[in-house]
Ligand binder design. Structure first.
Ligand SMILES: *Cc1c(COP(=O)(O)O)cnc(C)c1O
Length: 232
């Protein structure tokens, strides 16, 4: 029997302890609970222990959950973290507060056009292909600045920073070196643009390296909700 409360408390303690050891302010590190393949009940259980940020990968699945929870839990903050196809962009523009996987200006332009004016600007992160893996989504580091310049000209989007899904790497030092490169670009963006405050880096198995490198948002699924049965 997994306990979401127990898991959340354990992660909060872990973030706190690692932060103290490495001179980070734990308040600057947010937890995004990745709820893909997880039920409304699981989400509500996490919510009852104070978790308000949730990450979803699949448009259809997430829209159902968001619509069901919209009225009763309006303060939940939904982040889209999956690959986004153009024909699904409208659903993301209309239902999410954040989209973390911008890797084509075309998608950013669609989201900008489709964001309802009744809502605040959609917060977006540029997804970087940090490991330079061919098959991964994300743009290469050298293109980040140009992409950022184009995004900030779109009034219905608010560029907040960067996101990466590094390749699976169990060696701590290799993880750390890759993440540090990412944080360098993040700091560079911060110097040049307003509102840049988020670097979404770190998942269940690399929390420590991500915090030490400078992550401000950990995307955690398994360590909160348990193993996913990958039906989708
Ligand atoms: C599934 C997923 C996560 C969570 O991964 P865990 O290893 O379960 O913590 C984080 N980020 C993205 C983009 C994901 O797709």
């Amino acid at each position: 029997m997994i306990s979401i409360q127990y898991n959340l408390e354990k992660i909060i303690k872990k973030i706190y302890n690692i932060s103290l050891l490495h001179n980070r302010n734990p308040k600057e590190i947010k937890i995004l609970a990745v709820s893909k393949n997880k039920s409304i009940n699981d989400i509500l259980e996490a919510k009852s222990f104070g978790q308000i940020r949730f990450g979803e990968n699949y448009v259809q699945e997430s829209i159902e959950k968001i619509k069901m929870l919209k009225i009763s839990h309006p303060n939940l903050e939904w982040h889209f973290i999956g690959p986004l196809q153009s024909n699904k962009s409208r659903l993301v523009a209309e239902n999410f507060s954040w989209c973390q996987t911008i890797d084509r200006i075309h998608i950013a332009q669609r989201l900008n056009k489709q964001r309802p004016i009744s809502l605040p600007p959609l917060n977006v992160l540029i997804q970087v292909n940090i490991s330079n893996e061919d098959k991964k989504s994300g743009i290469i580091i050298n293109d980040v600045f140009d992409m950022a310049k184009q995004i900030i000209s779109l009034p219905n989007l608010k560029l907040r920073g960067l996101m990466a899904i590094p390749k699976i790497e169990n060696d701590y030092n290799k993880q750390l070196n890759e993440y540090k490169r990412m944080v360098q670009i993040f700091k560079y963006l911060k110097l040049h643009f307003n509102h840049i405050d988020t670097i979404s880096l770190g998942m269940s198995n690399d929390i420590e390296a991500a915090i030490v490198a400078g992550s401000t948002m950990l995307r955690i699924g398994t360590a909160i909700f348990g193993i996913r049965n990958n039906l989708k």
